[in-house]
Write a protein that binds this ligand. Structure first.
Ligand code: LLP
Length: 425
């Protein structure tokens, strides 16, 4: 959060008191009970800081759209010189619509389709990260159809473990991603088999929410070793894609990923090698700039427990249920009284709809505004309509101006997909 503290004492986003956002949204959506709010001033500052750290390397900083593809955020990141890392046909289209041109676009993913291959061959990208060698045949055929060239990096699984939940580790032996180093060396050596492709890159992405740079540094070393080995075998590489994974301080304890130190380390190792570089940050840019604002629906006591039922649930922010992630929870208009542990839950009919088991919170009553912090990455992007709950409105705040950047889904929106179409088979 940034900006001055408003007179209510609530934190502010982009110069707007956070506790005003939901009441203000109700002028447009009278039934809104929660919303996402993003601080564009804070995003701007983070984007500048990230770009400055990697500028000496000359890296293409391709923002991972999967973290949050809201157009207002994409526009700002594009203005700050970022490229776009897409992982599907949908994200390629979103990136193009947001104005990211071919040299700024990267395609990722381990389930390449003919439609994606045709799209990149036709519309152009800086790079495709291929997750298996057979994918090169698919890309070659698409490039031939479009009579274009496509640059390809092979995603290598470097066998590097990361701390954190298994579901966000991607660089160890158990993860589905990437090919073995030996296989990559063989494919680079055989690159003449794919005459329409420039198979001269290596991609390593070992996980997400990484705070300790050591696994990232290890995967950099693996990439450099493989590049050197491929050159010894007569097939030099031209590009290293280091992926994303840069973590943020969810606990609010000042434990930050050492971004500038890491970037300087990469720069030092890059010197004299003549390689092009790509990084794919997602979370680091957008997580801290987003808040999920909601209200207390009920406070229930059972035995010694205090349950605080919020108007936002696991369908709005699934990270705690899926990864046991913890987002700080703050009362936006704290009532006087001692902090007491609360089990903070949502209204969805699942016991996993649990945001915190023991959040220290002041006395709360129905209607009190509450925010879940650091919800800008993998929050709205992973939302569902489970329990018939439409996805939330998304607001952006900047310089004291509040804008609805995406409308909330209504029950009528959900019903609108219903059909009764006979299909000939
Ligand atoms: N590049 C590749 C190939 C990726 O798979 C990812 C994220 C990124 C870049 C961006 O990673 P970041 O800088 O955001 O860590 N839903 C999970 C995170 C999944 C990350 C998936 N891949 C969560 O909420 O923690």
């Amino acid at each position: 959060m940034s900006g001055a503290q408003p007179s209510t004492g609530a934190p502010s986003v982009g110069g707007v008191p956070l506790d005003r956002c939901l009441p203000a949204l109700r002028a447009l959506e009278p039934r809104a009970q929660a919303c996402y709010v993003y601080d564009l001033d804070a995003l701007d500052a983070r984007a500048r800081r990230f770009a400055a750290a990697f500028a000496p390397l000359g890296a293409l900083c391709a923002y991972a759209l999967k973290a949050n593809a809201l157009a207002a955020l994409l526009e700002r990141l594009r203005e700050r010189g970022f490229g776009a890392d897409a992982v599907s046909l949908g994200e390629l289209e979103l990136a193009a619509a947001a104005g990211f041109r071919a040299p700024a676009r990267v395609l990722n993913g381990n389930g390449r389709t003919v439609a994606e291959a045709d799209w990149v061959a036709r519309e152009g990208v800086a790079l495709v990260n291929a997750d298996l060698v057979e994918e090169l045949d698919l890309l070659q055929a698409a490039a031939a159809r479009a009579e274009r060239r496509v640059r390809v990096a092979l995603r290598v699984n470097p066998g590097v473990e990361t701390a954190g939940h298994r579901y966000i580790a991607t660089g160890d032996d158990e993860a589905k991603f990437g090919i073995a180093p030996s296989e990559a060396l063989e494919a680079w050596a055989a690159r003449a088999r794919w005459p329409r492709l420039d198979v001269d890159g290596i991609h390593v992405h070992v996980g997400s929410q990484i705070l300790d740079p050591v696994p990232l540094e290890r995967s950099l070393e693996v990439a450099l070793e493989l590049a050197a080995e491929s050159a010894r075998r007569g097939s030099p590489l031209g590009l290293v894609n280091l992926g994303g994974g840069f973590g943020v301080d969810y606990e609010g304890r000042g434990v930050e990923f050492p971004l500038e130190r890491y970037a300087a380390g990469v720069l030092a190792r890059a010197a004299g090698r003549g390689l092009a570089w790509v990084v794919e940050p997602g979370r680091w840019l957008v997580a801290p700039v987003g808040m999920l604002v909601c209200e207390v629906l009920w406070v229930k006591r059972r035995g010694a427990r205090r349950f605080v039922v919020l108007s936002a649930g696991m369908n709005d922010l699934i990270r705690p249920a899926l990864y046991h992630a913890r987002h700080r929870i703050v009362a936006l208009r704290p009532r006087p009284g001692a902090l007491e542990p609360a089990m903070v839950v949502g209204p969805v009919c699942e016991s996993a709809d649990l945001f915190a088991e023991d959040a220290p919170l002041p006395p709360l009553e129905p209607g009190d505004p509450v925010a879940l912090l650091d919800a800008g990455a993998y929050g709205a992007a992973m939302a569902s309509t489970y329990n018939g709950r439409g996805r939330l409105a998304e607001l952006v705040a900047e310089g004291g101006r509040l804008t609805r950047a995406r409308a909330g889904e209504t029950p009528a929106d959900l019903a609108a997909r219903t059909r009764n179409d006979t299909i000939a088979w």
